[in-house]
Design a binder for this molecule. Structure first.
Ligand code: ZN
Length: 500
């Protein structure tokens, strides 16, 4: 190995130590930190993130990456290291355009806004959060103008979360989906709805934790490389392929949402746990293309978890752990997890209307960054679109514009990746069935391991060494299209809702 590559590995090891501290602080803040611990955590986070940023943007690393890109060094690198050096160079060039002072201001604003959002949501009062949101929008514009001077701001934001997936492609496939989906949602909502009164009961919280354990184990979460916690909003945290954590939020009045959160976050975790270990500790060792990531969590959650066959081998065990389900048959349960409703909350939405929740956010973000719509106008815009797509209007800010945490940490351009994930899933399902046969049959026979194996082989092990468009071409042999997802929705819901 060349001296230069050894040096790069040393710097990466240094960065990994700082990242580990930052991630643990984040984990702690979100899960068990007492309220008064906030100041200390926020200060430490700012310190360690700034420290990592300094190394990432240092002249030393800049020169080293330049050296490694010269033919005599470059030619000695294997494909993975070529990818890593190229990725680091691109990111570094962008980061180096951000003055340290601006970066610190951004991190501080982010931390403050996260806290304000939590307070605002609790009080259901958007005015507590809106000045922080306005500040984050301005800072985001300031940062992007420096890092991506060649790109329009919203395009640059999309590119941050799903590299290479431009807004022209996203507009095309979202439109394709919206045109097919709106009439389908209308006929579903007009059809006879199942009786869900049986589900309206109290569910023991400890039993829910046990069911989560069963589900994570069943789908293949590796407990030697992962752990669980509880937070206001479920998330997955990837420290390395050997330490991947998921959280959940349990409530007494609903045991089904947490089951699907567990399967969803479990899908994210299984991806990270199965990246080729040779990529550990490098920028290719995790996947930072969020659309591709969401495709994996949503494949487990929806394509598998909302299929009645998924539950056939385990439903009796679920009933034993959570006796509140004892008088609910598997058919009734399957009917309920595929119950399509016009509802306010994205994270609790069924897989069909979920798509419209995301399209709404995509359009609101375009309004902010392309049309310059101000923060004061956003709640009304939000409510108008809810009415237009789902025929309902939020009663307050908490169930409207404040429901998601994403904008509180400046994650603009993130929401579309959820829908990209579902669109990719339609494509992956088609490719998978062509290769290993009917998913219904595999699930009913308890062979979920074969399905996971296909995902491991075709997607997980590569980490982020394949860009999203490349993944689609390699795995599905074609460009992004919403048609397979629409076909999946039409066939599945025609049965559940007796549609013609
Ligand atoms: Zn997710």
């Amino acid at each position: 190995m060349s001296e230069k590559l050894t040096k790069l590995k040393d710097i990466l090891a240094q960065l990994n130590r700082l990242t580990l501290v930052n991630e643990l602080l984040y984990w702690d803040m979100r899960t068990i930190m007492p309220k008064e611990g906030f100041e200390g955590h926020a200060e430490a986070t700012e310190h360690y993130e700034t420290e990592a940023f300094r190394i990432e943007t240092s002249d030393e690393l800049f020169e080293l990456l330049g050296e490694l890109s010269k033919p005599e060094e470059w030619d000695q690198l294997d494909d993975d290291w070529k990818f890593i050096v190229k990725k680091m160079r691109e990111e570094q060039e962008r980061d180096r355009r951000i003055p340290e002072e601006l970066f610190s201001r951004f991190v501080a604003a982010q931390t403050e806004a996260e806290r304000a959002w939590e307070e605002a949501k609790e009080a259901s009062d958007y005015s507590i959060f809106s000045p922080h949101l306005a500040k984050l929008i301005d800072l985001t514009k300031e940062v992007k103008a420096l890092t991506h001077p060649e790109m329009e701001i919203y395009d640059a934001l999309l590119d941050d979360y799903e590299k290479g997936m431009d807004s022209a492609t996203i507009d095309r496939i979202f439109t394709e989906l919206k045109e097919g989906l709106v009439p389908l949602v209308h006929s579903i909502l007009a059809a006879e709805q199942p009786d869900d009164s049986k589900f309206n009961r109290k569910y023991d919280l400890d039993a829910q934790r046990k069911v989560q354990k069963l589900l994570l184990t069943y789908i293949g979460f590796d407990w030697d490389k992962g752990t669980v916690g509880e937070s206001e909003h479920p998330f997955t945290l990837d420290l390395s392929s050997r330490d991947v954590r998921v959280t959940n939020h349990f409530r007494e009045d609903n045991a089904i949402d947490p089951m699907f959160s567990a399967i969803h976050e479990g899908g994210h975790a299984i991806f990270e746990q199965n990246v080729d270990p040779k990529l550990d500790g490098t920028p290719a060792g995790g996947c930072d293309y969020l659309g591709i990531h969401e495709s994996q969590s949503r494949f487990f959650e929806n394509i598998l978890g909302r299929n009645i066959n998924f539950w056939k081998p385990i439903y009796a065990d679920v009933q034993k752990l959570q006796p509140e389900f004892a008088d609910i048959t598997l058919e009734e349960f399957a009917r309920e997890i595929n119950h399509v409703r016009a509802s306010m909350i994205r994270t609790a939405a069924d897989e069909v209307t979920y798509c419209l929740h995301v399209i709404l956010r995509y359009e609101v973000e375009k309004a902010i960054f392309r049309e310059g719509v101000g923060v004061d106008e956003l709640p009304a815009l939000w409510n108008r679109k809810m009415q237009e797509y789902l025929g309902i209007t939020p009663a307050n800010d908490a169930e409207g514009i404040l429901q998601d945490m994403h904008w509180s940490d400046g994650s603009f351009g993130y929401f579309p990746t959820y829908l990209l994930g579902s669109i990719y899933d339609g494509m992956f399902l088609e490719a998978m069935e062509a290769e290993i046969g009917s998913v219904d049959t595999l699930l009913a026979e308890g062979k979920i391991g074969e399905i996971r194996g296909w995902l491991n082989r075709n997607i997980h092990r590569y980490g982020c060494t394949r860009l999203p468009k490349e993944v689609l071409l390699k795995v599905c042999g074609r460009e992004a299209t919403a048609q397979p997802l629409l076909k999946y929705f039409r066939e599945k819901y025609a049965k559940y809702y007796d549609l013609r």
